[in-house]
Design a protein around this ligand. Structure first.
Ligand SMILES: [Zn+2]
Length: 553
């Protein structure tokens, strides 16, 4: 497979990838006959959106936007389906100047460009887009029978010529693939009295994906039950299941939850994409100062490190990333989790099972008899677990855990509320990382504007003409104006004064005041920085800005 050196070099120069990232993927690329760049995309080392932006910034290629660049089917016949597939291109339209507007996933392939120009017999104007988007267009327009649109109702046997495509098995694959490719966390399959629909949860928001007819839906429910090893004859009780599948060489674990509603069984599939958990500390969204603090905190051989935040704030991902950075060869690392979300090599992971009595507290006691160096406790949510974890932390172990609180200081006072003795707590804690996830403005279509007076007040900005960024909408972000999420964080490192305040049982406000005096940068400040940099919008951060310090009591 021909390698695109220029693109790889540019990615290296922009520090999007490392030389090691490339080296590690050469064997896989050779084995499967694709380029290293393809493998980097598959492994999500580089996001496809990012690559498109690089084509745009470095070489001036415009990104395809279906709203701005309409399609004209008259130009389809310039290429055969096989040619379109082989070059991964799609002829879209003709420009005013008479050039053929051509969609390409790799516009840097000069050899391909020469051949394409010869075939088309006219100048080309290239728009870039994701490979997947081109494949979809080819599939849709070069096939005799047009297959389902987002709002058309999907029906088995709709196209007679292609059995595989229309079978339930293919439908399940299609749904999961689309969920994975769009970065969905959950897939909802739901029946109402007047319609049956599938929706994807992307960046926290449910978005419609397709509609189904009743027969297809029944087939789908049965197929998913079989995959999840559920009882297919049971329709009246809730059921849970799990299965694993492969999407483009990546292992995706799915958890299945079935709930009988008055209109039939509602299914939610949770996608556990193993790659999401494999992040380096540098990629977690910390500012330089915060990252330095985290690394200092991580240097302690023992003590307790907490990640706090609401549900879905990525705190577990942060813990996995911290664990990932530890030396697993010389240390005995044991985790107890509910559930085990990501399986790591050379780490002993235990799954909590309330039914059999294997609780966090019981598991933790047994772990302590296994000579551990590092213990990860999925979550501290009861007094007993809090007590054992804290004791472990002052007896020579490094204990990592999450706690469901709104900010770093609240984690300390929560542990006080859980009756952890103050002298133990003040001795045990090394640091707290508190985080929330907020939507990232789509870098392709965000627009700049002047802040209103109200916005300036919220940001505490006194600049006369303050520029901020606002969401718009384009094909990259499916018209939402947002693409992916960023973490906003605060990192609290223990100091002697904070320890003393804890051991004296001071309240939230006093501890917070001391922490601020000692240099704590609160989450609101990190957020303001992200807003001013245009990584997110003020509207998206509003809740944190307005409510952050009214929630902790
Ligand atoms: Zn956009």
């Amino acid at each position: 497979m021909k390698e695109n050196k220029l693109v790889l070099e540019t990615l290296l120069r922009n520090e999007e990838i490392t030389r090691q990232d490339i080296a590690l993927r050469i064997p896989k690329a050779q084995k499967s006959g694709v380029s290293v760049l393809d493998v980097l995309l598959q492994d999500r080392i580089i996001a496809s959106e990012k690559l498109l932006l690089i084509f745009h910034k470095e070489w001036g290629f415009e990104v395809y936007d279906p709203n701005k660049d309409p399609m004209d089917s008259r130009f389809l016949s310039l290429f055969t389906k096989e040619q379109a597939q082989a070059f991964c291109i799609f002829p879209l339209n003709q420009s005013d100047g008479g050039s053929l507007i051509l969609l390409m996933a790799d516009p840097m392939d000069e050899e391909a460009l020469r051949s394409l120009q010869q075939i088309a017999k006219r100048p080309l104007k290239i728009l870039v887009t994701e490979k997947r988007c081109i494949q979809r267009l080819i599939h849709k327009y070069y096939s005799q029978n047009q297959v389902s649109e987002e709002n058309a109702i999907f029906k088995i046997g709709q196209t007679k010529s292609n059995n595989e495509e229309t079978s339930i098995v293919a439908l399940v694959n299609k749904i999961i693939e689309e969920g994975v490719s769009r970065g969905a966390s959950d897939i909802h399959i739901e029946a109402y009295s007047e319609k049956i629909q599938i929706r994807l949860r992307i960046d926290g928001i449910l978005q419609p994906m397709m509609r189904l007819d009743e027969e297809t839906w029944r087939g789908l429910v049965t197929r998913l039950k079989i995959l999840g090893e559920c009882d297919i004859a049971e329709h009246r009780l809730p059921q849970d299941g799990a299965f694993t599948t492969n999407v483009e060489g990546r292992q995706i674990d799915l958890r299945l939850s079935i709930l009988p509603t008055i209109n039939g069984e509602k299914i939610v599939l949770r996608l556990l994409d193993q790659h999401k958990f494999l992040m380096k500390i540098d990629d977690l969204g910390f500012s330089k100062e915060q990252e330095a603090l985290v690394k200092e905190i991580m240097e302690s051989p023992h003590g307790m490190i907490l990640a706090s935040g609401p549900t879905g704030s990525g705190k577990t991902t942060t813990l996995y990333s911290l664990l990932n950075g530890m030396n697993r060869e010389t240390q005995n690392i044991i985790t107890i989790e509910d559930p085990v979300e990501f399986q790591m090599e050379d780490i002993n992971q235990i799954q909590v099972n309330e039914k059999t009595g294997l609780t966090f507290a019981l598991g933790l006691r047994s772990i302590l008899r296994q000579d551990p160096n590092i213990i990860m406790v999925g979550e501290i949510r009861d007094e007993e677990t809090a007590a054992i974890a804290t004791r472990a932390a002052i007896t020579g172990h490094l204990v990592l855990s999450t706690i469901h609180t709104n900010n770093a200081i609240a984690s300390l006072t929560r542990l006080m509320d859980m009756k952890v003795p103050l002298y133990l707590l003040s001795a045990a804690i090394r640091g707290v990382i508190s985080q929330k996830l907020i939507k990232r403005l789509c870098p392709n279509c965000r627009k700049e504007g002047f802040a209103t007076i109200e916005e300036k007040i919220l940001l505490g900005a006194s600049v006369e003409a303050l520029r901020l960024y606002y969401p718009d909408g384009c094909s990259l972000c499916h018209g939402t104006g947002y693409l992916g999420r960023i973490a906003v964080q605060e990192v609290l490192k223990m100091t002697r004064n904070i320890r003393e305040a804890i051991s004296l049982g001071k309240n939230y406000d006093l501890i917070r005041q001391i922490a601020l005096e000692e240099g704590l940068i609160p989450i609101e400040e990190s957020l303001k920085q992200h807003i001013l940099n245009g990584e997110t919008s003020l509207a998206e951060g509003m809740e944190i800005l307005v409510f952050e310090n009214e929630w902790h009591h």
